[in-house]
Write a protein that binds this ligand. Structure first.
Ligand SMILES: [Zn+2]
Length: 379
């Protein structure tokens, strides 16, 4: 195993590389490392070298993928083909939603980051599982890998903290009087996230060639074919195949239940990483567009971990409770994050860098609620 290649090999969605090209475009700059980055990377490299373990292609990940895909299609088959009473249909619908969210958290997320395998083909195949649950891996690569991972919590550059006028997720966003109630109503909005992606956002981004304020190349050729084919596959799965067995209004009601459950689960898990009282929302210098901290420190100070000892949650959400490690090393498979977390936390302590982790899921959820309440109040 070539240790030097662990953190530097090229594959789809390398955040530091996309950061550089995006930086040129928008001119936001992160200062060079003063040592922290070098020390941390060398310790992580040493960890993999010592155990002679690859940061990708974990057997656990392949087993997990088979389990989640089986869970997803078994739930789908029962829901569409089995003659179920309504109550059982509702239960299976919720099971399908949890399975779909698990596809998003685990398989497509690692695949799109190039963290699943050393093989670009396998990463791309795993990335395509996003199409199965209504998204677009092409759009995700720009929105999530390039923009969110490079410019975490920077207003106007990180589209994940942009809810338009509906919510205020950052102290630099304009406040409207109705934001005073956002800590109550935002959970309902989260429910429509999957529908918004599948039916509206991906098409809007593709037509406009912009995600938020940032331009990106519209899909062309094979990418356009995959984009359209993916949407066709998803709509067939959701509406066309069930139409042979159920009335259309029943299909719509069950789709609504499933997609709203997916929306709430995925929104909450992703929001608990950055939209909390403990996370920073730094701005670049208005003249030079230079950020104060080097890129890795910026990632740590804008990100919060939670429930690191909850093994079930860790399995289900694909290590997204270790978001600090994920933001620092997005090309390492999430199955390694618990081990890396100790290295990262100790190195942060040595360098006097704040590393924050909530002990439980509920304390993190409470922090998100209080953050929404604070952002909704007048300054
Ligand atoms: Zn990510």
């Amino acid at each position: 195993m070539r240790v030097a290649s662990i953190l530097d090999s090229s594959a789809k969605g390398h955040p530091e590389r996309t950061a550089q090209s995006a930086d040129k475009q928008k001119k936001i700059r992160f200062p060079g490392s003063e040592g922290f980055q070098t020390v941390l990377k060398s310790r992580v490299n040493a960890y993999f070298a010592r155990l002679n373990r690859s940061p990708r292609d974990s057997v656990r990940m392949y087993v997990k993928t088979a389990t989640i895909i089986t869970w997803f299609f078994t739930s789908y088959a029962f829901l569409v083909f089995a003659p179920l009473p309504t109550w059982a249909g509702i239960m299976i619908s919720i099971s399908l939603a949890f399975a779909a969210a698990a596809v998003g958290f685990n398989i497509q997320h690692d695949g799109n980051h190039g963290a699943y395998s050393g093989s670009r083909l396998i990463n791309n195949l795993m990335a395509l599982t996003l199409e199965m649950v209504g998204g677009s891996s092409y759009i995700w690569n720009y929105k999530h890998n390039a923009m969110h991972h490079t410019y975490s919590n920077i207003h106007g550059h990180d589209d994940d903290i942009n809810l338009g006028v509906l919510g205020r997720l950052c102290p630099h966003q304009k406040r409207f009087p109705f934001h005073r109630y956002q800590h109550f109503y935002i959970w309902g909005l989260y429910g429509f996230l999957q529908i918004k992606w599948a039916f509206f956002d991906d098409f809007k981004h593709t037509v406009r060639g912009h995600i938020g304020k940032l331009p990106f190349p519209r899909p062309k050729g094979l990418n356009l074919l995959i984009f359209l084919g993916g949407k066709l596959f998803f709509f067939s799965l959701v509406f066309v195949i069930p139409a042979f067995f159920h009335p259309f209004w029943v299909i719509c009601l069950f789709y609504l239940l499933t997609s709203c459950t997916i929306g709430v689960i995925t929104s909450v898990i992703f929001q608990l990483a950055h939209c909390l009282e403990e996370a920073d929302f730094p701005e670049p210098d208005p003249q030079s567009l230079q950020m104060k901290n080097e890129w890795m420190i910026h990632q740590i100070e804008t990100t919060v971990n939670f429930a690191r000892k909850n093994h079930l949650l860790n399995w289900y959400i694909g290590g997204l409770n270790f978001q600090i490690e994920h933001h620092l090393f997005p090309r390492i498979s999430h199955v390694h994050y618990p081990a890396l977390s100790e290295i990262v936390e100790n190195t942060c302590r040595e360098f006097g860098i704040g590393y924050f982790a909530h002990h439980t899921f509920l304390s993190s959820l409470k922090s998100h609620y209080l953050f929404l309440q604070k952002m909704g109040r007048p300054a």
